[in-house]
Design a protein around this ligand. Structure first.
Ligand code: HEC
Length: 232
């Protein structure tokens, strides 16, 4: 009798909640009665794999197209001469020369570093942290045992520019691929920014405008949203 009274009370409360739309204070109560509340539903958790963009999606960095319907958008500007061939995560370990041999076409100008910082803060900071330590990112609070590798120390210091470019494009193990979100030249801007975080950037390259008189710069980053054509 006592039990049926409790169920009646619960049902009355549910009806009242549904009528008023006031779910928030009842989350715990709903959880007790049904085992879950509406707030506890399918959503992406940290480190959960996202789906690749559906065929026909238009990438936000317009002008980039996936190499095939089920392949990651490699984010290449059309008609550029310095494009690396498509490669996979396995190539990162099996064919290291492919990546280590890539030449960073973007000098680390102040403009490049500013763009690199912007993209880093949009995509990388959540796991690697503002200083690249790996223990300063949001992910560390959630998954301390799966902290991102440090970028400002350890093996990352030894990695070639091409390797870091490759990490951004295809990812590695727990780290997701960002090739479909970060276009070709933006990846190189991020590489430059990571070098700055590592303290390995000896000097900031002169920008195109500043170097015009000296003839020292070999080319500068074109900032037009990863569609640069000016870099060589
Ligand atoms: C979801 C979390 C996450 C995000 C976001 C993320 N990373 Fe990572 N990153 C990792 C993890 C985890 C590893 C270690 C991967 C492994 O276990 O092999 C890693 C490894 C790396 C490495 C290799 C370091 C080494 O010593 O070999 C580089 C370079 C790197 N990340 C750069 C980046 C850059 C640049 C971005 C932004 C474009 C980024 N990461 C975004 C989680 C992340």
């Amino acid at each position: 009798m006592c039990r049926s009274l409790r169920i009646r009370c619960a049902l009355t409360a549910i009806v009242a909640a549904a009528a008023s739309g006031a779910c928030v204070p009842l989350d715990d109560f709903m959880g007790d009665v049904f085992g879950r509340s509406m707030r506890d539903q399918a959503s992406f958790d940290p480190y959960e794999n996202t789906l690749l963009p559906p065929e026909g999606s238009v990438p936000f960095a317009a002008g980039n197209y996936p190499a095939g319907p089920y392949e990651v958008n490699v984010g290449q500007p059309e008609g550029s001469a310095d494009l690396p061939p498509p490669f996979t995560m396995d190539d990162m370990t099996d064919r290291p020369n492919l990546l280590d041999g890539l030449v960073n076409p973007v000098p680390p100008t102040a403009e490049s570093l500013a763009r690199g910082e912007e993209v880093y803060e949009r995509f990388c900071i959540v796991c690697h942290g503002p200083d690249g330590a790996g223990t300063t990112g949001y992910i560390f609070d959630v998954h301390p045992t799966m902290a991102a590798h440090p970028l400002n120390g350890g093996t990352a210091l030894e990695r070639s520019d091409g390797y870091i470019y490759g990490m951004i494009r295809v990812g590695r193990v727990l780290m997701p691929a960002y090739g479909h979100q970060i276009a070709h030249y933006d990846r190189w801007h991020v590489v430059n920014y990571v070098r700055q975080l590592q303290g390995l950037l000896e000097e900031v390259a002169e920008s195109d405008a500043a170097a015009a008189g000296t003839g020292e710069a070999e080319g500068a980053a074109d900032e037009s949203e990863g569609r640069g054509e000016g870099a060589n």
